[in-house]
Structures are given as C-alpha cells and as structure tokens.
Design a protein around this ligand. Structure first.
Ligand code: PBG
Length: 329
C-alpha cells in the first residue's frame, strides 16, 4: 500500500466540498432555447415526437419567451413555419414572413430577450431542401451560389426586424462570407454569426423535421451535410467558417459527436456551440415516459457532458426544465 493512501473520497463526502471542486458548471445563460413559430392565433400545437415542445403562433410564442427570459435562459432561436411553401422558399426572406413578424413582436414586448434566428430555406421550400434547385423542383442538386445569396437576404431581413444574431444552417459553401457581406453592406456589421459549421447528415433530426414539416421530398441531405464518419472535415469546416467571419461555431448533433466537439473546442479561437438536437431530446422523453430512466437527471447529465466536451453554449429543448432545476440547486 503506498503512503499516503490516496483517499479520493475525502472531497466527495459533503455537498459543499463537491460543489467547491466541481470542474464544469451549467448555467441558464449558456442555454439557447429553440422555438417553432407558425401562423394563426392562440396556437399551441403539440409535436408528438417532442413531448413538451409546441408549434406556437406569435402571441403564444411571446408568452413562452417571457417565461424563458424570466428563467434567465441566455437566448432563444426561432424556426419559422410559413403559411405556404414554394420552390424558392420565398417566405424565408419575405419582410412580412413569419419570423420577421415574430421578432418584431418579441422585441416590442420583451426588449431585452436575445433573439437568434435560424437561417436556412428547408422550412420554406416545398421540396424540403435547404436551398434552391435547378429547373423542376423534383430532382437535382441544391445550387450553391444562388442559395447563399438568398441566405444573405434572409439574414438582412431578420436583422432589420430586430434579430440579435443569425445562425446559418444550410451547409452551403461560402454561406458565412455571403451573409457577413450582406449584413455589413446594409449597416448590420454588429450582428454576430453563429455558424452551424460542422453539421452532420444525421438521423437525429427526424423529430425536428416533423415539427417543421421540412423533410426533403426526394433524396436526402448528404450532398451538403457532413458524413458522420468524418472528423478532419469538421475541423476544416470550422476553420473555413472562422476565416469567412463566423463569431461562434457549432457542432451538431451533440451527443454522438462529443469527440468532434472536443477537437473543435481545443482549436477554435472563437466560442463553440453544440446543438442537443430533436432526436436526442425525443429519446430521453420516450424512455422517461416509460419510467425507464429519470428524465430530469439524464437531461442534466447530458448537458453537463456537452459542456465538459468543450461547448460554451448549448442549443437544447431541455433548456427550460434544466433552467428550472438549476434555480432550485
Ligand atoms: C435546418 C435545421 C435542421 C435542424 C436545425 N436547423 C434540420 C435539418 O437539417 O434537417 C435540426 C435541429 C434538430 O433536430 O433539433 N434548418
């Protein structure tokens, strides 16, 4: 037996000692809560595969965001569900589109709420792809450069409506630079870009696509989202997005990509975000509903693991429940 005996348990015996030496902490200010906003009034339509998450009309969205703000949640991110979709995703960059109207109302009622917007066309195109297609919208590959122009327009419309930050998620090459240029040319040089830099083609997005009715009508997203097998490519995506002007970079999904997150966090000169996506949320809720796991504790442990892997901020559907639990600690 070596002397002294290494008594690792000394600091585990009391909650004060445990708290004092805790290496990683979760705070509501590090969380970004996603919201789905749709047309209508008094709407609060449940999303079956995401228990506790709803499609909200602007009036109910405002009420919900008041709650998030009061809980000290860092920010909200908005996803728009337009009344009508078309091949070019026109509602995505229309000045009176669902997201711009939602931002204006939120900023009117809750001026200090930090509002981020998802910048992508998949919620707005009738074919469900993240950009525009050549010719008939029933086949073909998403056209990169025409799409990034539209993403630039969408970002400007969001910023002009009062968005505090934009988050491009379409995985088009050069989208960060196109958005930075578009924003700067219109006087929005102080609006930061949170880039979905390493976004994988993942089956974990399925519940989101139910929520946003945005599943592609043909093919899949593997020709623009990343292969889950690759890490080097993620690091390159991150480097390129930073070069193009990203203020924060994101890894998405989070849980099955914690190794990627760690690698990105180790080299990124800018803050790192991770998206604890819809499928990750759905798995926890489904098992908790059956009584197989303690959903609240699992959610906390998952978010802690994402922070431990290196994320500064986390986009998560658990934001509210976790913020509530943290306020009781
Ligand atoms: C694209 C977008 C998606 C998600 C966030 N932004 C869907 C996709 O790429 O199909 C998924 C988020 C989640 O699963 O929670 N606009």
């Amino acid at each position: 037996m070596p002397f002294p005996l290494h008594r690792m348990r000394r600091l585990r015996g009391q909650s004060w000692a445990r708290a004092m030496v805790r290496e990683t902490r979760l705070h509501p200010s590090q969380l970004i809560e996603p919201f789905f906003v749709k047309e209508g009034t008094r709407r609060r339509d449940p999303i079956p595969s995401m228990p506790g998450i709803f499609q909200l009309s602007i009036d109910t969205l405002v009420e919900e965001c008041k709650v998030s703000n009061a809980l000290g949640i860092g920010a909200v991110i908005l996803f728009g569900l337009p009344g009508a979709k078309d091949p070019r995703g026109g509602e995505g960059y229309a000045e009176d589109g669902i997201v711009p109207r939602a931002i204006r109302e939120l900023k009117k009622v809750i001026p200090d709420l930090y509002v981020i917007t998802d910048v992508c066309l998949c919620e707005y195109t009738d074919h469900g792809h993240c950009g525009i297609l050549p010719g008939k919208a029933t086949q073909g590959s998403v056209m990169n450069d025409p799409t990034i122009d539209l993403l630039g327009q969408q970002s400007v419309v969001h910023a002009a409506s009062g968005a505090d930050m934009v988050a491009p998620s379409a995985m088009m090459d050069g989208q960060v630079q196109a958005i930075r240029k578009a924003l700067d040319s219109r006087g929005f040089d102080s609006i930061p870009i949170l880039s979905y830099a390493a976004k994988y083609a993942s089956a974990f997005y399925a519940p989101f696509r139910d929520a946003a009715q945005s599943a592609p009508k043909f093919g899949d997203r593997r020709e623009y989202q990343m292969d889950p097998a690759n890490v080097r490519e993620a690091l390159r995506e991150v480097d390129l997005d930073i070069e193009e002007g990203a203020d924060l970079v994101m890894v998405k999904p989070a849980l099955s990509f914690l190794d990627v997150l760690r690698r990105v966090a180790e080299r990124s000169p800018v803050p790192v975000a991770a998206y604890n996506v819809s499928g990750e949320y759905a798995m926890v809720k489904a098992a908790a509903e059956r009584g197989w796991i303690d959903g609240d504790r699992i959610a906390m442990e998952i978010l802690l693991s994402i922070r431990r892997a290196g994320a500064d901020v986390i986009l998560t559907y658990h934001a509210r429940e976790v913020a509530r639990a943290l306020s009781k600690l």
